[in-house]
Design a protein around this ligand. Structure first.
Ligand code: IPM
Ligand code: MG
Length: 371
């Protein structure tokens, strides 16, 4: 398969983790005989610094003319600490999502047996957790009208949803549920918000088309608690933009590190793949960031193009790295590898997969004993 992939490293640790995914995708292309072509472009604070625009037109054009976008991370403390800033890095990502029509953000969360002890939650609560978020991505309060009064003493953000916006993501969520444990939880705040009541009504009506899927509802405040108390109850979580943003970060504690969670943003045409974590500016350039969330996002990219065995080879290599403790310091503080070494290891495994038997004692990055 020929794929043109736009690579937008972005800010902070974004470029270094994305580089590892490119390496892994190149190994996949070599091994499975595909042609992947990569082209880099600027976005976020890096783009503001150079061109005064968090999403330069050339970047947008490249993304529109590519089959997929591999995205790193966005955000810079110099803007976080400046509420007056008129141009912000995050606007680049939000506009990109809107322009590409990426209305559904898919975020899988699962507990790795090997890492269960890393989570602050009790092992018996999280063992076997396997859920996926369907977060609406181009509507709601993040995209509604915003205003600040002349005297700066009051501000407004508007939350709007249309039936069409709700239906198109709900269809995707129901179809996903049909392939999984056939359960959807709609998370909303229908006891207070008009938009949430529209979500409930629309999703309830649409559910009639999917009689094999069980639909239930949770208010977002309760959902936040249930996520910690009993995360195993969830299969597919369908929710609006802001609730999905918040709850998916919360859910990341289940897997042991936010550095493991991947996402795919899809719409009618384009697709973008990015880790759920942020730009982690304190870690920039130190080689300590976990590249796995980005690499698993690359696996979702492969899956998106029906390259199932290719995606599986990436996931299997990640599982092996976790099993063998070839991990960054968020996973193993005492005995850790750098961002690049983890990338090298996964690249090596993929190149050799199919006939590997890793000899744990002799495991040495760069010169793996692969028989
Ligand atoms: C995410 C991020 C973004 C969002 C920010 C960086 C705009 O938090 O992808 O979850 O809020 O969607
Ligand atoms: Mg977020």
């Amino acid at each position: 398969m020929n794929l043109k992939i736009a690579v937008l490293g972005g800010d902070g640790i974004g470029p270094e983790i994305t580089q590892q995914s490119v390496k892994v995708l190149k190994a996949v292309a070599d091994r499975f005989d595909h042609q992947f072509q990569f082209e880099e472009a600027l976005v976020g604070a890096a783009a503001i610094d150079l061109m005064g625009n968090p999403l330069p037109e050339a970047t947008l054009d490249l993304c529109k003319n590519s089959d997929a976008v591999l995205f790193g991370a966005i955000g810079d403390p110099k803007y976080d600490n400046d509420p007056e800033a008129k141009v912000r890095p995050e606007q680049g990502l939000l506009r990109l999502r809107k322009e590409l029509g990426l209305f559904a953000n898919i975020r899988p969360v699962k507990a790795y047996d090997k890492l269960i002890e890393l989570s602050p939650l009790r092992p018996e609560r999280i063992k076997g957790v396997d859920m996926v978020f369907y977060r609406e991505l181009t509507g709601g309060i993040y995209f509604g009208e915003k205003s600040l009064s002349e005297d700066g003493t009051s501000a407004t953000d508007t939350c709007t949803y249309s039936v069409e916006e709700i239906e198109r993501i709900a269809h995707l969520a129901f179809k996903a549920a049909q392939q999984r444990r056939k359960k959807i939880t709609l998370v909303d705040k229908a006891n207070v918000l008009e938009t949430s009541r529209l979500w409930r009504k629309t999703v309830t009506d649409l559910a009639k088309n999917y009689p094999d899927v069980e639909l239930d509802f949770l208010f977002v405040d309760n959902a936040a608690m249930q996520m910690i108390l009993n995360p195993k109850q969830f299969d597919v979580i369908l929710t609006e933009n802001m609730f999905g943003d918040i709850l998916s970060d919360e859910a990341s504690v289940i897997s042991g590190s936010i550095g493991l969670l991947a996402s795919a943003s899809v719409g009618y045409g384009n697709a973008l793949f990015e880790p759920i974590h942020g730009s982690y500016p304190q870690a920039t350039g130190k080689g300590i960031a976990n590249p796995v969330a980005s690499i698993l996002s690359a696996a979702m990219l492969l899956e998106h193009f029906n390259l199932t065995k290719e995606a599986e080879s990436v996931r299997k290599s990640v599982e092996l790295s976790i099993h063998l403790n070839v991990c960054t310091q968020d996973i193993d503080m005492d005995n850790h590898y750098s961002t690049e070494k983890v990338g090298d290891f996964l690249e090596g495994i993929i190149s050799e997969i199919g006939h590997i038997r890793v000899n744990n004692e002799n495991l040495n990055i760069g010169q793996m004993t692969i028989i």
